[in-house]
Write a protein that binds this ligand. Structure first.
Ligand SMILES: *Cc1c(COP(=O)(O)O)cnc(C)c1O
Length: 619
């Protein structure tokens, strides 16, 4: 495969280094000239369709890998994700498109998305369905399939989103949709909400994803798939469809090895309670008899159907998403060989405009070879600081627009944005307000930017948001604390690039990997984080950022460890971080540059996908 770029309008090869780039629906398009770029924007759909048609000169049967995920985050305009898991899936498929990995993505459509978040003046969260129009981004495909759920036949249609890689290679993302006229009213709602409703609804969705997904791939003509990758247990029912298919064509009964040889499983959950389980009573009600109960119990557990166990039993390669997560998973599932492939982020997606321009100037070619970001170490510090101030100003403009509050770009700004859920301990930084006030008074001022949605049924998560609002009110005169509404990918990018320091305080070992700190590193923003997940690998004290709490991989649930984390956090802010930011800007800039050179160059999905190809897909 080559990396020759062609202009979508005139079809001519673009001379390297002479191209013009424009963005269309979150994708990067290359042009040979101003003329073609202008022409393109007169009829963009038409040119995109032609480009995509041309890229399909490769036959469908050459696709080798199918990647299944309950959520996929491509951009903030398509609300088909809730958090890290979905964004990882989207970033993975984008890197596959850039690297020309012959993969196809499978997920559900979610006509009403996850939810839109409104916060009242006390931080009370109200949820409402997301309004969006799938046909603006997706093509409805003519093929449909049927899946049996609760003894009813459910007709499923499919939409395609084309992920266009940096050299024009297309990875199709197929989103299943049960909103079809002939289905019952209930069945038509099955692909409305991500992580919505009850167990019955959730199991029906997982039947659609796993079983419907395998059937649609067949119906669409992708006959050469050799690997089925389950991104977390939600997709594990696909193994039952593979077993069924094998049994009906081969006569020979239960050829588990041949299924195992096709499947790859990635776990993302470091606690037993986090793994999807279904009561066998419900399973019998919802899932039509694909394999007999005794076989199902052998594969998925005696007491209840454990989706992770099902995936583990029928996969050739199983991995956690960071080195530490491999160890934790191995303890949880002894007897299964578990590996690790540490997560990454899609470099081009998560680098803000000012840093993209800087890297384009100093490290041309970085976006399709982010290892090159190691040369970030040579970018003049003055230019790093200028690019950072642009990102900071742009975040503060967004804050002003949403909250009517003005922040000063001179002040050390700490960011914390992620799903609002108890283990992430968003309010740990406010454990000792007096100490925090002392730091802000003695050494230099501080301000905070928060964002995050709590799952509609996560009451402790919602309480966290209210608590931060309360603190914000209390500190109003001394330390500005902003909480932005409706966290999504676009806002995430503005925050990770626009703050000075990225704070992460999860309870160990619950952060399987975490990816927002990797996004921050791509924008030269260092992390201050508990040593859990990816940070154990990415942290070099005082070089790429700073750690909080014990250096040992302890399980923190005790009050004593909480206190230790808090004290360490304050001490480091007081004695090291705040003084360095205000008094030793040059050293601070060293840390910014080292975050890029040591961490962005490695914690990206290009490196990660290459490891999946060599360790999990190819052997
Ligand atoms: C990156 C991202 C996440 C994941 O952040 P973590 O720190 O890994 O929890 C969640 N939500 C959005 C919108 C993101 O962009």
């Amino acid at each position: 495969m080559n990396n020759i770029l062609k202009d979508p309008v005139c079809g001519m090869t673009i001379q390297p280094g002479r191209e013009l780039i424009a963005l269309y629906q979150e994708q990067k398009i290359h042009f040979c000239s101003e003329f073609c770029r202008n022409k393109f924007f007169e009829h963009p759909e038409q040119y995109i369709a032609a480009t995509i048609a041309a890229s399909y000169d490769e036959a469908k049967e050459n696709r080798r890998i199918a990647y299944f995920s309950m959520e996929v985050g491509i951009g903030s305009t398509m609300p088909t994700y809730s958090g890290g898991l979905g964004i990882l899936a989207g970033d993975t498929l984008k890197s596959c498109a850039d690297l020309r990995v012959p993969i196809i993505g499978v997920s559900l459509l979610y006509r009403k998305g996850y939810f839109d978040q409104k916060l009242n003046e006390w931080g009370g969260q109200q949820e409402s369905p997301v309004q969006w129009t799938p046909d603006r981004f997706l093509r409805l495909l003519p093929e449909t399939v049927q899946v049996k759920i609760e003894q009813r036949v459910v007709r499923v249609q499919a939409w395609q989103y084309d992920i266009v890689g940096l050299s024009g290679y297309v990875v199709p993302l197929i989103l299943l949709d049960a909103d079809v006229d002939e289905n019952t009213d209930y069945d038509r709602t099955l692909t409305d909400f991500l992580y919505g409703e009850d167990e019955r609804y959730r199991l029906a969705q997982e039947i659609l994803l796993g079983i419907g997904g395998v059937r649609i791939i067949d119906a669409l003509g992708y006959s050469g798939i050799e690997r089925f990758h389950m991104n977390e247990g939600h997709a594990s029912l696909l193994v039952l469809e593979l077993l069924e298919r094998r049994n009906s064509t081969q006569q020979a009964e239960w050829d588990f090895n041949s299924i195992r040889n096709q499947c790859v499983f990635t776990t993302h959950t470091p606690v037993p309670a986090g793994h999807d389980r279904f009561d066998y009573g419900l399973v019998q009600h919802s899932l039509s008899q694909i394999v007999p109960n005794d076989v199902l119990q052998m594969l998925a557990g005696r007491e209840s159907l454990n989706m992770t166990v099902l995936g583990l039993n029928l996969s050739r390669y199983v991995n956690g998403v960071a080195k530490r997560h491999e160890e934790v998973s191995q303890e949880m599932f002894p007897g299964y060989p578990i590996h690790h492939i540490t997560n990454g982020v899609h470099s081009w997606t998560w680098t803000c405009d000012s840093f993209r321009a800087l890297y384009d100037r100093y490290i041309p070619g970085w976006s399709n070879d982010p290892t090159m970001l190691r040369h970030g170490i040579g970018i003049p510090k003055k230019e790093i600081w200028e690019a950072h101030l642009m990102a900071k100003a742009s975040l503060f403009a967004h804050i002003k627009e949403q909250t009517h509050l003005s922040l000063s770009t001179d002040i050390l700004t700490v960011g914390f944005a992620r799903r609002a859920t108890a283990y992430k301990r968003a309010d740990l930084i406010f454990s000792d307000i007096n100490w925090l006030l002392e730091i802000a008074k003695q050494v230099g001022s501080l301000q905070f930017v928060f964002a995050g949605k709590a799952h509609p049924k996560d009451y402790p998560g919602k309480e966290l948001i209210r608590h931060i609002f309360e603190i914000s009110r209390q500190l109003r005169e001394q330390i500005p604390v902003i909480f932005l509404e409706n966290y999504d990918m676009e806002q995430a990018k503005a925050i990770v690039s626009g703050v000075d320091l990225w704070l992460n305080t999860p309870q160990r070992p619950l952060e399987a990997s975490g990816t927002s700190g990797m996004k921050a590193a791509h924008n030269g923003v260092p992390s201050l984080s508990i040593l859990d997940g990816w940070w154990i690998e990415g942290h070099i004290e005082g070089v790429t950022g700073w750690s909080i709490g014990s250096q040992k991989p302890e399980i923190s649930a005790s009050d004593a460890l909480n206190r230790q984390d808090t004290e360490d956090l304050y001490r480091k802010l007081q004695n090291v971080i705040v003084p360095m930011f205000y008094r030793e800007r040059d050293r601070w800039l060293d840390v910014m540059r080292q975050s890029i050179a040591l961490n962005a160059s490695f914690f990206n999905t290009h490196r990660m996908v290459q490891q999946y190809v060599t360790n999990a897909y190819l052997p």
